[in-house]
Design a protein around this ligand. Sequence first.
Ligand code: ADP
Ligand code: MG
Length: 258
Amino acid sequence: MSAAQLERLQEHLQRLRLFKVRERLEALLQDATTQETPYADFLDLVLTEEVASKTAKHVIMRTRLARFPFVKSLETFDFSYQPSLDKKQIQTLATCHFIEHGENVVLLGPPGVGKTHLSVGLGLKAIERGYRVLFTTAASMIAALSRAVSENRLDERLKIYTVPRLLIVDEIGYLPIDRAGANLFFQLISRRYERGPMILTTNQSFGSWGEVFGDRVIATAILDRILHHAITVNIRGNSYRLKEKLKAGLVRPSEATE
Ligand code: ADP
Ligand code: MG
């Protein structure tokens, strides 16, 4: 192959934005020549490399856009520490069928049992499958929506939470929500209802949501919509944060869940 042809090929690849193949072109051609790779196999190899590279870049970009508080996968979750958790159920959720079916997932349990970790892990699975994901906490979402109201941009802000295919709302119940906040939360839930699946985490049983939202009627309306199509995962174990202390016998299990 002439230098001019190589240059032309590289220009084409640049123009087509096939950056990985452009970078690897000479090596790929060299290998194909020495191994006498059949044409179809060569094309297959070249395209596979480009697709793999583009997919990896997409995952990195979407992971950044998701605004996770930390990036931890389901693979690093120690299920043996959390026997109340059904590993099979989480693995089923990891297939992301709940997203296709527009179902919500509610992770319920005391602090430290891995709700955020599991929600991030499931979010990463969704990203790998090509879904757009956004992570937020109930408190920061309500704060952002309240700010948007005062700036007369509520609609715009609500769209930020409705456009991603999967919305993760962490920490419902950690901070009390006032009436205006509860109303905004309800608006968001109504917009996503039967369209956009969510993962919600909470440390409060559903019966206590009246207190969380400071209004029983709104709490019921919110719960109605969330639970209409939902899978609830109840985690009853000990806080992982206290794992080391428990191991050393410094804390009793009954204290660890408080
Ligand atoms: P929660 O959101 O329920 O309060 P987190 O998900 O924030 O709990 O978990 C607290 C910390 O412990 C995180 O760093 C998380 O990665 C880790 N963790 C919790 N449970 C497990 C587990 N079963 N295996 C591995 N790490 C865990
Ligand atoms: Mg958490």
